[in-house]
Design a protein around this ligand. Sequence first.
Ligand code: XMP
Ligand code: MG
Length: 183
Amino acid sequence: MRVADIEADLAQILVTEQEIHAKLDELAVRVAQDYAGKDLILIGVLKGAVMVMADFVRALPFHAPMDWMAVSSYGAGTKSSGVVQIRKDLDTDLHGKHVLIVEDIIDSGLTLSWLLENFESRGAESIEVLALLRKPDAAKVEIRCKYVGFDIPNEFVVGYGLDYAERYRNLRDIAVLAPHVYS
Ligand code: XMP
Ligand code: MG
């Protein structure tokens, strides 16, 4: 698909690449202060969080190991089913670790609420969440998210790792997908 065709599928650019990088730098300063001297592990949720993790981990001023979990709750549609399946589990034992979950977006919150419960049962010392985006108007369960990038309107967004049917992940900005694409 050519760039011009991708642009025709977008209703509006919501957050630019520059705004994302500035925000991740800001969050990295806070995380570095909060976790100084602690055994921190970053856990990315595949695949949406790949870009957030890549830029966030490079903004941190110290080593932080990463691990990845792949879950699925959406299929090819635009609404969360709430039924979470583990597609790839962690390689790391979380016992005694300070876990920071790195997420692209909190939409309904159903996926994260399931993940938080799952990680708590693995004996982590602490668990916090960093999410680049959050849709306050879409919340079905409340998620305590310590590090939030941007609160956005309740519209389906793509880009910077976020996909619609595996497309648009490589857009540099975050954009609202035009409804004609999925309706
Ligand atoms: P929930 O609703 O469980 O969302 O908080 C879980 C995962 O679904 C993906 N998601 C989106 N992906 N545009 C996307 O491309 C969106 O607007 C959107 N909302 C949710 C995302 O991976 C999130 O972690
Ligand atoms: Mg996703």
